[in-house]
Design a protein around this ligand. Structure first.
Ligand code: DX5
Ligand code: ZN
Length: 212
């Protein structure tokens, strides 16, 4: 299991310290939520923000683009220091172009689906991308409740994609439900409020322990 703490819930006044704490506590990935106020109702931050912490962290930068026509900005996100760039299938008419662009910068590519989007929409791309992200809340905000109905999609994807395929689940995951999300077939877990709303080190430890 890979834990990817979501920076959206961090205290940006002390971003570097909090990112270092997450890393020292044992997380390997950092989930970075980019929002444009159009694809989702909220705005967050762009590449210029995570670029500032790139040289202070060895975490794998897992960039989740919740922006419309992501093909316009992939270069910026790649150059900002992303390791993996995930875009939403609902946000572009040009998914193959997005995948090719991401790979052209030597980055891994992921494709995301909203809770109401069926997995059929991305199955044709599963061998072209490195990861599928299943949203378990409506994208836009941290701290929402996990939508149980997505469990079926996670299980179906695991069956189709095989044991080693990266399936990330994002939204509403805490120490008390992480295990059941993993049992459905997820192997990359995003956690925002569950990591940053309390003692960061203790929260990361608790999530890792609950996942065992
Ligand atoms: C929601 C974001 C999530 C969010 C998760 O739009 O994509 O990554 O930060 O936050 P929690 O874990 O609090 O649901
Ligand atoms: Zn996210």
């Amino acid at each position: 299991m890979i834990l990817s703490p979501s920076m959206l819930s961090a205290d940006f006044a002390v971003l570097k310290e909090q990112i270092n704490e997450v890393e020292n506590a044992g997380a390997k990935w950092l989930h970075i939520d980019v929002m444009d106020g159009i694809f989702v109702p909220n705005l967050s931050f762009g590449a210029c923000v995570y670029k500032c912490i790139r040289n202070h962290s060895n975490l794998f930068f897992d960039v989740h683009l919740m922006i419309t026509e992501p093909e316009r900005y992939i270069k910026d996100f790649a150059e900002g220091g992303a390791d993996l760039i995930t875009f939403h299938i609902e946000a572009t008419q040009k998914p193959q172009e997005c995948i090719d662009l991401i790979h052209s910068f030597g980055k891994k590519a992921g494709i995301a689906i909203n809770p109401e989007t069926p997995i059929d929409k991305v199955l044709d791309y599963r061998d072209k991308v490195d990861m599928i992200l299943v949203m378990s809340v409506h994208p836009g905000y941290g701290g929402q409740k996990y939508i149980e109905e997505v469990n079926e999609k996670i299980s179906a994807l695991r069956k189709i994609c095989g044991d080693d395929y990266l399936i990330e689940v994002d939204g509403g995951i805490k120490a008390n439900n992480i295990k059941s999300v993993l049992e459905c077939g997820a192997n990359v877990i995003v956690a925002g409020s569950a990591v940053f709303n309390d003692d960061i080190t203790a929260s990361v430890h608790e999530l890792l322990k609950s996942a065992e």
